[in-house]
Design a protein around this ligand. Structure first.
Ligand SMILES: Cc1cc2nc3c(=O)[nH]c(=O)nc-3n(C[C@H](O)[C@H](O)[C@H](O)COP(=O)(O)O)c2cc1C
Length: 348
């Protein structure tokens, strides 16, 4: 059996009748499918414990509970597999409305629970989706053993960032960095990739081995969306000159926990990650927006219009390798772009 704990927020003020309706349909489904648990309401937050057969709990959570538009921000706090005994064998779904029971619970306990939920939402926003997924599947991320994986790494970085960083005010600078990160995250997520890390103005992401085409799709999506947003930016805004360089590499990487108890990252590292970063840097020298390694081209579907850039020896690599770009993205005159950024910043 599986037991799952999650929290969520009301999407609008919910009346007693609303809660009764949720309770009614929950009991109907749960009693027929061997699900038991409790549902706690506190302020505008739900806290629910569900227990039952693993497949049923997964189906219930993903197809009935998460999509229910009476709540949102549904975050799984914990899930346990191989549960042999129910905590709530008698309750198809017992509701505790703590808002009604001011007397029943000491005030301090209620406040502690609220603070806990609040901090959980904040922490979840800083947590990479793959970690949240592990918690949902009952996996403790801190105990996951390091793994060797074949991946395609996509690294994107803002061109001319040092110029922006020197002269823009903090709000405008963070706004620019967020715009780039937002575009990358959306495109990578849309193509089933993992956003691994935000490194200042850079975004490190990766895709499974069979996801090379998806990685290329995300990369072209990032560049096209940036172009669209540059065109719609208001006159004189730094967003008019927001360009990124994208590097893609394919090969082996190591995935695991890195750091200490004070600061821990679940990350990928290895030569393929370094290659993607070096290829991204090379976009500046070769006046291009996207560069990929030979291994990426070998695994991608042949319909794409790759263009060979010849053999290059990247810093830190023992041998030269053939590298490629995409014909669909015209070369970019980097020196001219730097001069335009300079001029814009001196005007503002
Ligand atoms: C906070 C919350 C808890 C829920 N708990 C359950 C549950 O335990 N079991 C269930 O089948 N549905 C649960 N639901 C889902 C809805 O009650 C249900 O999907 C929706 O009302 C449609 O159900 P119906 O088709 O049976 O009317 C929950 C929804 C919310 C917002």
């Amino acid at each position: 059996m599986k037991r799952m704990f999650y929290v969520s927020r009301f999407s609008r003020p919910l009346s007693k009748r609303d809660i009764e309706q949720i309770h009614g349909s929950a009991v109907r489904f749960n009693s027929q499918h061997g699900v038991t648990g409790i549902l706690v309401c506190l302020g505008d937050t739900f806290f629910q414990v569900l227990e039952g057969k693993r497949a049923i709990i997964n189906q219930l959570y993903h197809t009935r509970i998460v999509p229910d538009n009476r709540h949102f921000d549904v975050i799984c706090l914990k899930s346990e597999s191989g549960v042999s005994q129910r905590m709530f064998p008698e309750w198809d779904m017992r509701v505790f409305d703590l808002n009604d029971e001011a007397e029943a619970l000491p005030m301090a306990f209620r406040q502690m629970l609220s603070a806990l939920l609040e901090s959980n939402y904040m922490i979840a926003q800083y947590t990479q989706p793959s970690i949240l997924k592990m918690l949902e599947n009952g996996v403790n991320p801190t105990t996951v053993k390091p793994r060797k994986k074949h991946v395609t790494v996509l690294f994107s970085d803002i061109i001319g960032f040092s110029q922006f960083a020197e002269r823009l005010n903090p709000d405008d600078l963070i706004d620019l960095v967020n715009r780039h990160a937002q575009i990358c995250i959306e495109q990578v997520d849309k193509n089933s990739g993992q956003v691994n890390k935000l490194l200042g103005d850079g975004v490190l992401t990766y895709f499974t081995d069979r996801g090379t085409d998806a990685a290329l799709e995300a990369a072209t999506g990032i560049l096209k969306e940036m172009e669209r947003q540059r065109r719609s930016a208001r006159d004189g805004s730094p967003h008019q000159l927001l360009f990124a360089g994208v590097g893609l590499a394919n090969g082996v990487a190591y995935e695991g926990n890195v750091g200490s108890e004070l600061k821990r990252d679940f990350t990928i590292l290895g030569n393929t990650v370094n290659q993607a970063s070096r290829l991204e840097s090379l976009t500046r020298r070769l006046n291009l927006r996207i560069i990929m390694s030979e291994a990426v081209v070998e695994r991608a579907s042949p319909s794409r219009n790759f263009i060979s850039l010849g053999r290059h020896k990247l810093i830190g690599q023992s041998a030269a390798m053939e590298i490629f770009s995409l014909k669909s993205f015209a070369p970019l005159n980097i020196e001219k772009l730097y001069a335009q950024i300079d001029e814009m910043l001196s005007r503002s």
